[in-house]
Ligand binder design. Structure first.
Ligand code: ZN
Length: 426
């Protein structure tokens, strides 16, 4: 609404369309035009209804009332008529603008559709942060903007150093138990398994990620060999469970055996939910059955050969006894995630050595690249813990998937699944 205490001449100037606004102009200019009223005092309120100017206004005003007094009402009626016409004009203008915008958006969509976003966001040469100039960027960006453009950050806590697929738990690095891990991360294998393998008691628990990977690996084993004889013999263990295991073997086979094969409570990989002990359980046609140690030979060599494709490694190999401190265990497999398992297998190292080796690789420097049989490719790098309650882990925005794991020592090992079809350097 117009401010009513504004001089009428101003109002007339603003509102009246060309050719209709005479009263205000006349008053302001002080010069009468032919057939128009004489100049009037520049009063805020028009007086004298029935004057030529009043008649003129009433012609423009709406039909409801004429020559009302005081004259602000006249102005209001005049404004009403003007507003109607203005709204009509605005409507026409609005429709025109809308149509123009729609045409421009349609054209823009046609252009955007033809852009190959895979190329725009790809990390050429498979090492975007070693060859930042190779990345296809948008318009000129500062180096800081580039980093923000191609990097996402994932927040981890100090406690996360002790969590994740790749944590190293051995005689020197104790497992950090969490009270609520059973039911949030650790679940029943029996209730979640496929039919491609067996479980010993049905009470076995594993980390849910291990169960999924184990299902995939055993489905693969069954598809390759036709055998469903592998049995999960031992899985997640609580502190007390490990104590019982140690006591059992010490009692049954002696202190020396227990020291060689069974870890002290708190230092067993079985606390993590990522460790599996396999056995072979065979049923015969006459109804009898037998349980064998998993020696990893013959058809069972398939697990050793292909386990890394599913994220598993043979944790205590014969050639690494002096490093792991554990005698060769053909039956003990450890889930570390696919990227890490492929890297460990390709490097030909133990998990102990891997945790050390990964420190040579960083987000901004060299990364370690591996490729799975299915063509998926992974980049591995290390980020040291900064000692603060929280820290940001950089991940390339080009990552298809990523796996951030503490190493249970001093930092984080990141395995990023990157785009396929690149030429690997190693
Ligand atoms: Zn074991």
């Amino acid at each position: 609404m117009i401010i009513m205490n504004q001089p009428n001449n101003m109002r007339g100037q603003r509102q009246a369309p060309p050719g209709r606004q005479n009263t205000g102009y006349q008053q302001r200019s002080g010069s009468a035009r032919p057939g128009q009223s004489a100049p009037k005092p520049r009063s805020g309120i028009r007086t004298g209804s029935g004057t030529p100017s009043g008649i003129h206004r009433s012609q423009n005003a709406g039909p409801r009332r004429q020559n009302s007094f005081p004259s602000p009402t006249v102005t209001r009626r005049q404004s009403y008529a003007h507003r109607v016409r203005r709204k009509q004009r605005n409507a026409v203008t609005g429709i025109a603008v809308f149509l123009i915008i729609m045409i421009m958006v349609s054209l823009l969509l046609l252009v955007v559709r033809d852009i190959n976003w895979d190329v725009v966001f790809s990390d050429k040469n498979h090492a975007p942060f070693q060859n930042k100039e190779n990345i296809v960027y948008g318009p000129d960006l500062t180096p800081e903007e580039r980093d923000a453009y191609v990097t996402q950050y994932v927040t981890v806590s100090a406690e996360d150093v002790y969590r994740g697929h790749c944590i190293l738990v051995n005689l020197e690095h104790e497992y950090h138990f969490r009270e609520d891990e059973v039911g949030t991360e650790i679940f029943s294998v029996y209730k979640n398994k496929t039919g491609s393998y067996k479980v010993n008691s049905g009470k076995e628990l594993l980390h849910i990620d291990t169960i999924h990977a184990l299902n995939d690996m055993m489905d693969g084993f069954y598809a390759a060999t036709g055998s469903r004889d592998i049995m999960l013999n031992s899985a997640y263990r609580t502190y007390e469970g490990q104590q019982n295991t140690y006591d059992y073997y010490e009692r049954e086979r002696g202190h020396e055996y227990a020291e060689a094969y069974v870890q002290k409570p708190g230092f067993s990989e079985h606390h993590t939910g990522y460790a599996c002990d396999f056995a072979v359980y065979q049923e015969y046609e006459d109804g009898s059955s037998a349980m064998w140690s998993f020696d990893g030979k013959d058809q069972y060599f398939w697990i050793d050969r292909n386990g890394s494709q599913y994220g598993f490694i043979l944790r205590y190999s014969a050639s690494k006894e002096d490093i792991t401190g554990i005698s060769y265990e053909s039956w003990h497999y450890r889930y570390v995630g696919i990227g890490n398992a492929l890297a460990i297998t390709t490097m030909g190292v133990s998990l102990e050595e891997y945790v050390t080796n990964t420190k040579s690789y960083s987000y901004d420097g060299d990364r370690y690249y591996v490729r799975a049989d299915d063509g998926k490719e992974y980049a591995i790098y290390y980020v040291p813990a900064n000692g603060k309650a929280e820290q940001q882990i950089p991940i390339p925005s080009t990552a298809i998937d990523y796996d951030i794991s503490g190493n249970n020592v001093d930092g984080f090992i990141i395995a990023v699944q990157i785009g396929t079809g690149h030429a690997l350097q190693n």
